[in-house]
Structure formats: C-alpha cells, structure tokens
Ligand binder design. Sequence first.
Ligand code: AMP
Ligand code: ZN
Length: 279
Amino acid sequence: MNVENYKKKVFETIEKFNLIEKNDKIFVAVSGGKDSAAALFLLKEYAENYVNAEIVAFHINLNFEFSNKVEEVVKEICKIAKVDLIVRNVKEYGMDILKISKIKKRPVCSICGLIKRYLINKVAKESRATKVATGHHMYDFLIFYFRNILTKNFEWNFKILPKLKAYTDKFVTKIRPLFFAKPEENKYFCEINKIPFLTICPYSISIGCYADKRSLKIYEIIKNESIDWEEILRSIAIFNRKYFSKYLKEEEEKIGRCEICGEPTNLKICGFCRLTNIK
Ligand code: AMP
Ligand code: ZN
C-alpha cells in the first residue's frame, strides 16, 4: 500500500465534496480506534495546509470496564495530533449501557450506537461546531447499503454520501473524510505514523459494530470478492448527490423535537430519553 496515494485519495474526497470550508469548526468524533484516529490526523493536516479551519476532537467514555483505558489512548492520540479534546462520560447522563441492553433485550451495539449518535450531535451543537467528522470507512457504507436493501429500508441509503448537509439547526453537518478509504488502509496509515490505537470492542461480534449476522456475511463478501467496491460506492454517491438532496432536506424538515430534551426525533420522546427512564 502506498501511503501517499491513500492520503491523496482522502484529500481529494475532502476537496471534491467540500468537506472543509473556511472558518469551519470541525468536531472529530474519536473512538480510540484506527479509523477515527486517521481521520483526525488527515483533517488536521488538510486544515493546516489548505484552509483555515479549527479541528477539535470529541470522545465519549462509554463507561465499560475498559473505557478509561480507551480514554487514555484517545488523549494520547490528541496530544500527538496537537488537537484539543472534549470528553463526555455516559455516566453524566445516567446511562448504563450493559444494564439497558439486558433489560431491553437489545444488543449492546445497538444501544451504544443510539447513545453515540445522540451525544455526538448534541455536544457538537453545544460547542458551536459547524461540522462533525466520523471515521466511517468504505466498508461501513457498503455494508449499510446492502443491509438496507435486504431489510427494505431503501430510503436510508440516500444518506450514503461523504457529506450530509444539515438543513435545520436540529443537526450539525456530517462529514466522512474516509468515505473511499478501506479499514486496512487506515490501519496502515496509523502504524506507519506511529499513531496509537486500540483494536475492536469486545462487545462487537467481529469487526466494527455490526450487531447482526447478516451484516457480517455482507462484510465477508465485500472483503473476499475482488470487485471494484470503490467504483460501486462512487456510483452510489453520484446517484445520491444528483437525485436526493431535495428529499433529504424535506425529510429533515419533517423531523420534530423531543418533548423532554428538544433533540430531533420522529416520536414525542426521543430514543435517548426513552432509555434514561430504564431503572
Ligand atoms: P463505530 O460505530 O464504532 O464503527 O464508529 C463509527 C464512528 O463513530 C467512529 O469512526 C468515530 O468517529 C465515532 N465514534 C465511535 N465511538 C466513539 C466514541 N466512543 N466517542 C466518540 N466517537 C466515537
Ligand atoms: Zn430526548
């Protein structure tokens, strides 16, 4: 693997999809894993060299038995990257993920994902960030795409883009600089630059937070079939950008606010607040 080509590919994604604009304050969600660590370093490098933007890291301590160790690694990553870090602990919000998962009989990854999505959007808004960046990679989007087709959640696929613009103040614009990068490329980039990272969460089945067997099967196919997956993902992004920005705007405008916390939801009470009632 050629690191320069990898970097060029990520920088081209940033440029082509306008991921960083002048005077942006970009909140990078850092998990302690290789992907978001790579995203942090590349966004920082791009901002330093090409456009005046502030990069801030954000980490959620999930309060598992290993979470303090993860937080230490995140601190180390941010120190090397020379980026300020904001940390929130799910404990502050009265959340016990393992307990909720048991009571609700839902996989840990599904509860964890809901809490992360909620807090990333909420804390980014509170910090007046203009954009939120995550370390989602090419395989994440491909798995999401095929799973949505199999589960007939077709409209979720319109969100497969390197940039998801926020149309209302309920959301912060989401950017995914590693949209066309493979996880093994992100790993190699970290290794060669001596960026510390931790490997997978013990609660996930295999790689990433794919809480179901079907996703794992799709992952196996993507990993083993020598198909030009990048080309397929590029076509999906072109299709979505061309036909669905208007649809995404309308969908977002339809979303209401939670009666308890004011965060976006389609129901009266958002998924996060419904979890806080579990004792
Ligand atoms: P995952 O759902 O674990 O594959 O994570 C997807 C993305 O969410 C990562 O690339 C990070 O950008 C972000 N993320 C995951 N876990 C955390 C965390 N504990 N704190 C902050 N951001 C996170
Ligand atoms: Zn709420």
